[in-house]
Write a protein that binds this ligand. Structure first.
Ligand code: AMP
Length: 425
């Protein structure tokens, strides 16, 4: 299918050409025609699938007839509301919308917490048709009467499962209650726990369910490996892997904000430029870290799940689970950061003995076992565990698979790999 078959006006098609989009992604081919017909949509899609254009393009197409170059705020009421769980995702969604609206005079704005609300008010007063918001800040504006939702005809819940995880359910229900009855709803979620199903039932009207193959969970272009590691040697192992394999553009996940800070600090101490991104960082700090990571200035970005949600970092070569996620769905979200758009990627997990209990659920969810590879000197039973030392020579710890191992006890798997002589610790 081509973008020209989807029923989008030339102004939108031209903007897509400028962006270099050649053909629609599967989620776009599925969602756009259905949304243009006016149906409610319940779509299963992760970040990286192109879901943003999946909802943004129908919104722009449907609102385009009302687009106006008038300066009167009355000509620019909020007609589409997009709710996203995090500031980063909200910003990215709105940036995409601005790009898609290059040739359509629709106004958009992003409002999110953590920044001075006063700067958002004058822009809202001037009028915007497409508002992207995090739930809390939207309610602040509602409370302050600095915006009106009375003309909203399209609602999008983006990453609904994340909003639920982050405790936004009461806010969402309140917001939905403030919207006009007659509207179109589009809901996107990567996973469908019970609460998401019941939220969907409560506010979607005869939704068309759209599902595209779950990317990356089983994607062949993502290699998944796991290193069992001694709990005192996790940081040293990570630094060792980064050094010896010369890993760059690595997104490292930790379970806690404190853990993210500590780890970024340790990596920096080892002379590798790393930044941490998590909920306690200011908006400016997060944007700076993300920009530096994208530009390559910072090679290692350490993030918590919440902070990483929705980050648009495409075709990332490496994702590291420094801490194994307790929730198996987070594993899928995390590794979804790599191997995008046909590029190959690698997901590396470090697992201490304590964390072994989380592995079964992860493997059950992804439907396969993850190859386990011991790195000499760092494994749980390592007699002599080395501290990190800057390597003199390239100490390659990259094991070379001789065979594609299936599930085997760790010791046997280790025996299947040749360790280069230089791997001596
Ligand atoms: P998303 O899943 O919406 O966050 O999109 C992931 C990335 O894919 C973003 O950088 C988009 O700009 C890009 N993208 C979305 N749709 C297409 C497309 N049809 N062709 C090429 N790139 C796309």
């Amino acid at each position: 299918m081509a973008f020209t078959d989807l029923g989008l006006r030339p102004e939108i098609l031209n903007a897509l050409t400028v962006l270099g989009y050649v053909e629609p992604s599967p989620i776009q081919s599925a969602v756009i025609p259905v949304a243009l017909q006016g149906h409610d949509v319940l779509a299963a899609a992760q970040t990286g699938t192109g879901k943003t254009a999946g909802f943004a393009l129908p919104i722009i197409e449907k609102l385009a007839p009302q687009a106006s170059t008038s300066t009167s705020p009355a000509r620019h009421p909020i007609r589409a509301l997009i709710l996203a769980p995090t500031r980063e995702l909200a910003i990215q969604v709105e940036e995409s919308i601005k790009a898609y609206c290059k040739y359509v005079p629709l106004r958009s704005l992003c409002v999110y917490g953590g920044v001075n609300i006063d700067t958002q008010i004058p822009v809202l007063k001037n009028g915007v048709e497409i508002l992207v918001a995090t739930p809390g800040r939207l309610l602040d504006h509602v409370q302050n009467k600095t915006l009106s939702l009375s003309q909203v005809s399209m609602l999008v819940l983006d990453e609904a499962d994340r909003m639920l995880d982050m405790g936004f359910m009461p806010d969402l229900k309140r917001i939905i209650g403030l919207l006009p009855e007659k509207r179109q709803n589009l809901m996107f979620s990567a996973t469908f726990p019970q609460e998401i199903e019941s939220l969907a039932r409560s506010f979607l009207k005869n939704p068309q369910r759209i599902e595209v193959a779950r990317r990356n969970a089983t994607a062949e272009n993502v290699t998944q490996i796991l290193h069992p590691v001694h709990h005192e040697k996790k940081r040293a192992l990570l630094i060792h892997l980064i050094r010896s394999r010369e890993l760059k553009q690595v997104l490292v996940f930790t379970g806690t904000k404190l853990g993210a800070n500590r780890l970024a600090h340790e990596i920096n101490k080892a002379g590798i430029h790393a930044a941490a991104i998590h909920g306690d960082k200011t908006q400016q700090e997060r944007i700076k870290a993300l920009d530096e990571f994208k530009s390559g200035e910072v090679g290692i970005l350490v993030a918590t799940d919440v902070a990483a949600r929705g980050l648009d970092i495409s075709a990332l070569p490496y994702v590291v689970n420094f801490d194994l996620p307790h929730n198996p769905e987070d594993y899928v979200h995390r590794i979804g950061r790599t191997g995008r758009a046909g590029a190959s990627g690698e997901a590396i997990s470090l697992m201490t003995e304590d964390e072994a209990r989380y592995l079964k659920d992860i493997e059950k969810l992804i439907g396969k076992t993850i190859d386990q590879i011991l790195v000499p000197g760092y494994s749980p039973g390592a007699a002599q565990v080395p501290d990190y030392r800057p390597p003199a020579a390239p100490a390659i710890a990259r094991p070379v698979p001789v065979n594609a191992p299936s599930r085997r006890p760790v010791k046997q798997v280790a025996a299947l790999f040749r360790m280069p002589a230089a791997a001596k610790e």
